[in-house]
Design a protein around this ligand. Structure first.
Ligand code: NAP
Length: 304
């Protein structure tokens, strides 16, 4: 049980934490700080917390656990702002999608006696803002903790227990490895989706209305990812540059091999790859990370 939880930023992730922590009885008081009055009013109307303020420093006063839930690019400024107001023994954590950058953006600004345990819940949707959150977002999803060297075991245990309480499975790894893993499972796929949707939008020979009309051919599944929050994703690519470039290099090499197979009509190579990739999807379903329902579980008229 945490007496006071402070959430800095109350969008999709922050509001989902607030809802789940309340539902599971993990916290007594929730203080919410955000940048704009309109967002604060929305959070208040949704009843997400107990204390509402535009001043992050005020929100963290007396808090046992502080979680940064704003875009990664804001972290350094937020850390500087909250540092003088943190109580000794407080734990500072975050939910940022990039972890190496967080160590340098936040860690050095925190005072002695405050523990820092960065976290990344591997869960999300393409929607943003306080109303987009829901209490079950983290259930059966992984949350990766990347405690810096020398972090207190008690603080790591407390953050682990908190995320388990929200329904997540927890894994611990170093920040550099985390950034490589998410570059291939999340960041490069987003870049590919943003790119293919942009390319289709720029086409002259195929009209935009045709792209939209015939999107069920595969394109629409990329558009879900490409609808993700522009500011959050801008910050991801600005702060995880090295790992993204490493994985993008591998991707481009493999794409050239595929391009050649298409050009020379190497059906055997194409079929071998497509068979291998189908197995990956089956493994994801078996691991409980995706529904086995056809067409991503979209409802169809005949109930199938
Ligand atoms: P979101 O829905 O766009 O919400 C962002 C929140 O941050 C808003 O409440 C916004 O406030 C606030 N904010 C922005 N600048 C701020 C500042 N300078 N000080 C205080 N608050 C500020 O974003 P989200 O999807 O919840 O993402 C938040 C974090 O979660 C990001 O770091 C992201 O990397 C991470 N994450 C996201 C996902 C995902 O799928 N979305 C998954 C895992 C982790 P205003 O509305 O008042 O401007």
């Amino acid at each position: 049980m945490i007496e006071k939880l402070a959430l800095i930023g109350i969008g999709l992730i922050g509001s989902s934490i607030a809802r789940a922590a309340r539902r599971e009885g993990l916290v007594q008081t929730i203080a919410i700080a955000t940048r704009r009055q309109a967002t604060l009013d929305e959070a208040k109307a949704l009843g997400l917390g107990d204390i509402y303020t535009l001043d992050a420093g005020e929100a963290v006063e007396g808090a046992d656990l502080v979680i940064l839930c704003s875009p990664v690019g804001t972290y350094e400024a937020v850390a500087r702002q909250i540092a003088p107001h943190l109580k000794p023994g407080a734990i500072v954590s975050d939910v940022g999608s990039v972890k190496g950058h967080v160590l340098t953006a936040v860690g050095p600004h925190l005072p002695e006696g405050v523990d820092f345990v960065p976290a990344h819940p591997m869960a999300g949707t393409e929607y943003s803002g306080p109303a987009a959150g829901f209490a079950s977002l983290f259930e059966n999803r992984w949350c990766i903790l990347t405690p810096p060297e020398g972090a207190s075991e008690a603080a790591i245990e407390k953050v682990t227990a908190f995320w388990k309480g929200l329904g997540s499975d927890v894994e611990i790894m170093d920040a550099e490895h985390h950034d490589l893993v998410v570059a291939i499972v999340s960041h490069v796929p987003h870049l590919i989706a943003y790119n293919i949707v942009g390319t289709a939008d720029d086409l002259e020979t195929v009209t935009k209305s045709e792209v939209i009309k015939f999107s069920a051919g595969g394109f629409r599944d990329f558009t879900r990812i490409a609808a993700s929050d522009p500011v959050m994703w801008r910050d991801v690519f600005l702060t995880n540059r090295d790992a993204v470039l490493e994985m993008l290099g591998r991707f481009l090499e493999d794409l050239s091999v595929l391009q050649r197979a298409v050009r020379v009509g190497d059906g055997e190579a194409l079929e071998a790859l497509f068979t291998r990739t189908r197995d990956i999807r089956r493994s994801i379903i078996e691991a409980g990370q995706e529904t086995a329902a056809p067409d991503f579980g979209r409802p169809h008229g005949d109930g199938k």
